[in-house]
Design a protein around this ligand. Structure first.
Ligand code: ACO
Length: 325
């Protein structure tokens, strides 16, 4: 049976230049390089420059993805930006990216699912592309998470960083089985009852402020391992693949111990796990496309391989997706 699939045809990424090491953070809060490395695996993170907005990071990643796909901004008909740190309350960061790219009028909007945003956005893009409603879509995960940090809270300010990753997505014909190129299956979840475990304590309709990120670290950790495992197994079932058979596991980069714990529970070999958390920290919706871009650029991920993506974040939200590059 011929089916329309949504294929990733180009990947791009961008990291701000400024590197913030653990040692630098230790001058601001009561922590140490050794504590951060041991509990999280993080050695450093990037930070946006003054005057650099989330849309600026997104734009750089978008241009990289367009070049990799051999497409121009003029060919785009859909832009989705997954972000929890938009430039402004409105317009959407996607609309700002459209203006900066100089695209013609198209469909553009943001998705807010925090760290799960990129996986959610892929599924929404698939709803357009695989129904023939988009011929060339751009999905971006872009975040300035350092703007949400309370630098008096050592339990959170060490965990996050800034960056952006992007993919171009286009329709391809498939046979309707696991040999197809493109997105093969998703599972998305949200449990709003767990809001208090991970949230930002500000917003336009409540405090009128941007707010700071608040987290019950240990409880988030426990939910992460259990929830992600269930979401991944559901996505793999829908895609018709066995988890250990994937070529690469690309988890949201929150904490090395969560990555390893989930991979272990799923039976994924350690050398199949793409890991950037040591250098990027947690870049929320940007972390998966950033990791994907790095592993494609260094030749680990090759066309035709089967990828498993997963994330969990504020909401709580979580989700996973299986795709063949
Ligand atoms: N430096 C030194 N000590 C610290 C630091 C720090 N940066 N942060 C906390 N501590 C202290 C605590 O105050 C506590 O001290 P106490 O025993 O004297 O009270 C001690 O370390 C232990 O604190 P815990 O919170 O129990 O430490 P834990 O081992 O759980 O590590 C961490 C904390 C790293 C935050 C961990 O819970 C974690 O990674 N949780 C998951 C967080 C996460 O990944 N969130 C994001 C996922 S969703 C998203 O991406 C938005």
């Amino acid at each position: 049976m011929n089916v329309l699939r949504t294929a990733v045809t180009g990947v791009g990424a961008y990291l701000p230049e400024r590197i913030v090491t653990n040692a630098e953070l230790a001058q601001r809060v009561d922590t140490s390089d050794a504590w951060i490395r041991e509990r999280t695996g993080i050695a450093e993170r990037r930070q946006v420059a003054d005057g650099q907005a989330t849309s600026d990071l997104a734009l750089e990643a978008a241009n990289g993805a367009l070049t990799a796909a051999g497409r121009t901004a003029a060919e785009l008909d859909l832009i989705i930006v997954a972000t929890t740190t938009p430039d402004l309350t409105f317009p959407s960061t996607a609309a700002i990216v459209q203006r900066k790219l100089g695209c013609p009028i198209l469909v553009a909007f943001d998705i807010q699912a925090v760290c799960s945003g990129f996986v959610y956005a892929l599924s929404v893009a698939d709803g357009f592309v695989a129904r023939g409603l988009s011929k060339c879509a751009l999905v971006i995960g872009a975040e300035s998470m350092t703007k949400l940090m309370d630098y008096d809270d050592r339990g959170t300010c060490i965990l996050f960083g800034d960056g952006a990753g992007a993919v171009v997505m286009e329709p391809v014909e498939g046979r309707g089985d696991v040999t197809d190129r493109g997105l093969l299956g998703f599972a998305l979840r949200c449990d709003g009852a767990k809001q208090d475990l991970l949230y930002v304590d500000g917003g336009p309709s409540t405090t009128g402020t941007v707010g700071h990120l608040r987290m019950a670290g240990q409880q988030v950790f426990r939910h992460a391992v259990v929830n992600i495992t269930e979401g991944v197994e559901a996505a793999a079932r829908i895609a018709g693949v066995a988890v250990p058979d994937v070529d690469w596991f690309i988890p949201h980069q929150a904490n090395m111990r969560i990555l390893q714990g989930v991979a272990h529970r799923l039976g994924v070999a350690e050398d199949k796990v793409i890991c950037t958390v040591d250098r990027h920290a947690n870049t929320s919706a940007a972390s998966i496309p950033l990791a994907m871009a790095e592993a494609i650029a260094d030749g680990r991920i090759k066309p035709g391989q089967l990828l498993l993506l997963e994330a969990m974040g504020g909401g709580l939200t979580w989700g996973a997706c299986v795709l063949r590059l």
